[in-house]
Each structure stands twice: as C-alpha cells, then as structure tokens.
Design a binder for this molecule. Sequence first.
Ligand SMILES: C[S@@+](CC[C@H](N)C(=O)[O-])C[C@H]1O[C@@H](n2cnc3c(N)ncnc32)[C@H](O)[C@@H]1O
Length: 192
Amino acid sequence: MTSQIISLTLKNLKKIWMLREIPNISEQNAEFLKQLIREKNPKHLLEIGTANGYSTLHFSTAISDISDITTLEQAWNMHNDAVTNFKNCKIKNIHAIWWDAKLVLPKLAENFFDFVYIDAMKKEYLQYLLLALPKMTPDAMIVIDDVEKFRDKMEDLFDYLDGNRVVYQFEKTDIDDSIMILYKKDFLSIWE
Ligand SMILES: C[S@@+](CC[C@H](N)C(=O)[O-])C[C@H]1O[C@@H](n2cnc3c(N)ncnc32)[C@H](O)[C@@H]1O
C-alpha cells in the first residue's frame, strides 16, 4: 500500500516539477541512484538538498525497513512540501531538517552516515563535503550530483580532490550530466 502511495506521489510530483521547474533529479538518474543504494544497503543515508522530497521518496523505496534517511533543505517552502509528501506517504524513517546544511552538518552525529548524496547549491559542494566527512563511517560512499553540467560552479571541489589525489569516478546518468562517486576511505590518507 505504502509503495503504491509513493509511486502515485512521485508521478504527481513529476507533473508539478515540470510546471514549476523544480530541479528534481531525472527518472533515469533516480533509477541509477536507487541501484547504487540497493547495492550499498546503507543504514543511515544523508541527503543534502531535499527540495520537495522527490529524490528522498525515490531513495526511501531502495533502503531497508530498518534504515533511515536524514535530508537537509534550507528553503522553508520546499522543506514544508517535502514533509507533507513524506507524511502523505506515511513514511516514518525520513528525518527532514530545515536549515542551511552548512550550519546543520556540524551538529550531526560523528561517524554515522554510510551513504551521502549531495545535490544542493553547486558552488558550496566542497564545503558540504568537508563538513560531512567527519559524519561518515569509514566505509561511506559519497555521491555528488550534476558534476558535468555545473562543473564550472565547483572548480574548488575538483581542485581539492585532484590536489589531494583523491580517487573519484564519473557515471553518466543523463544525456548532459553525470554523478561523481567517491569513498570516505580515500580521504583518510590526507589526514594521516
Ligand atoms: C537541485 S535541488 C534538490 C533536488 C532534490 N534532491 C531532488 O532531486 O528532488 C537543490 C536544493 O538545495 C537547496 N539548498 C541550496 N543551498 C542549500 C543549503 N546551503 N543548505 C540546504 N539546502 C540548500 C535548494 O533550496 C534546493 O531546494
């Protein structure tokens, strides 16, 4: 029953997204990310950039019943829409936090999240990443969205990764865009 409500809500959100031009992930990207999540089977997933909860709802269908999602959004109207959507879908394992991720991240538990998905303000990606790293478990997987389409807005992120020889891979998710996949373990040598 819950999964039917979620898929109906996702269909409705897609119509709204097209009308209001909310920058939700594409269906193709959602399917790719869900496959990654199923393979990783995270206990605690962190999303930075909830918008109306479209991607979060997709992710909720790919995690186990005992796992949870924490999702951060700074725009009150978006956060509010997302919370309404989660309630309508009767999902309890999503913790939606309204505020600037740069201020919320330092307050989250250390060594906790094993899957982190970044999809908020492109020019702040490096800041989110550095603030989120201590919050991740050593085996955490990190996924960063829009790295092809908006690469010019995240040059500092690439400079940091390349400068510290952090390994990352690109996966094509849309005709004009890719996600970046990297692992917390590849940052550990920077701090040794
Ligand atoms: C691309 S949208 C997220 C789309 C969403 N992941 C989806 O696919 O359904 C980016 C969101 O990040 C939010 N955002 C931007 N800067 C932020 C910040 N510093 N902290 C939290 N959220 C932020 C924006 O308000 C916007 O709703």
